[in-house]
Design a protein around this ligand. Sequence first.
Ligand SMILES: [Zn+2]
Length: 319
Amino acid sequence: MYDETNDSFIWLFETFLEAMSKKAPKTIFTDQDAAMAKAISSVMPDTYHRLCTWNIMQNAFKKVNQLFRSLDRVNKVLSKFIYYYDKEDEFLAAWDKMLTEYNLHENDRFKKTFEHFERVLNDKRYKELEVEYALCQKIPQVQRLINMLIEAGKVYTKIIFEEFQDEFMSALEFYMKSTVDDEEDIVYTIVDVDTSKEFRVIRKKINNSLSCSYRLFEMNGVLCGHAIKILREVLNLKELPSEYILKRWTRKSRSESVKDMDGRDIQVDARLQQTAWYRNLCYIFTKISFRGAESQETYKVTVERANELNNIIEEMLST
Ligand SMILES: [Zn+2]
């Protein structure tokens, strides 16, 4: 985006909605930009707009940096208040103790900076904060986030795109627990915030190829959210690398394979063509089912040949 005006944001969120099949998210996290907030309320009126706690904290941390003499120190002292205390009285007692310890009771600048911070803390529970932290920790700017989706929408067929979109969105709820550098590979442990399940994504250093313990890509041909997270946040890619787009799932391959009687390519709408093929096959196989069911012998032959046919088709589709 060239600028951050209201019009640009409206354009951005309309494009975003388009990419999401017009399904607006329940909640959207942003920093505190007023133009963005206005655009969200006009394009997606039912979406709950929240400030990213992590952003608020980051700002707070930067401002009180000097008081604690180093950023590391601020993090250590303050993160305790975010992740450790879940009862209000415990929190307040510890907070008071910290103010005394750092002689901050009478410090107006500190108070002012943390009014906002405290308000946020007070009306949120520990768990909620933890989830938000994981979500916000590395959330890229919205336009970068949707770029990969829009690009995928251009190449994938509709059904595969929807699967990819589900994986893509699920990646937003994962966080990276650890990274282990292992000579030839780097192993990332990714945790699903919802289920606390852990997955391992292995990245080969030599060519940056990814494989995940969930094995969705190997089974289904669609890259899982864990690997998508690495592509986007570690490798900083805006588009899905071509090796993760199986040709059989692309719109291009569907229209490429249509030829006329002399072997010339015919320009057709891939989806319409596919529907026509499907209808025709239903007609053929309904007829076969009727006749095949008439005797035990014809039934047996039909089942055998159907299995053979099934194997041939699967083999063709997987190459
Ligand atoms: Zn995975």
